[in-house]
Design a protein around this ligand. Structure first.
Ligand code: ZN
Length: 78
């Protein structure tokens, strides 16, 4: 494990293209319908979250996710 490589998501046997594709404005949070900035690719399917709900559910879901695709940094970059 190296420091400073948090954006290098470790992908293994997953369909990387779909799991790591950028989110768009058409992707909506499953909880509230706001624009999604996080996609959690689970064994059972894909979940989309806005930054708010991603933060709320991250602790519970991230360890279970095959890919945790997080674009919330986009919100902070100005
Ligand atoms: Zn939400």
């Amino acid at each position: 494990m190296r420091e400073g490589t948090v954006n290098d998501i470790q992908t293994t046997t997953l369909e990387v293209d779909e799991a790591s594709a950028p989110l768009s404005g058409l992707d909506r949070c499953d909880s509230c319908g706001a624009q999604a900035y996080v996609r959690a690719t689970m064994e059972s399917g894909t979940l989309l979250f806005c930054a708010h709900h991603a933060a709320k559910h991250r602790d519970a879901l991230q360890p279970l996710a095959q890919v945790w695709h997080d674009e919330t940094a986009k919100l902070q970059e100005r």
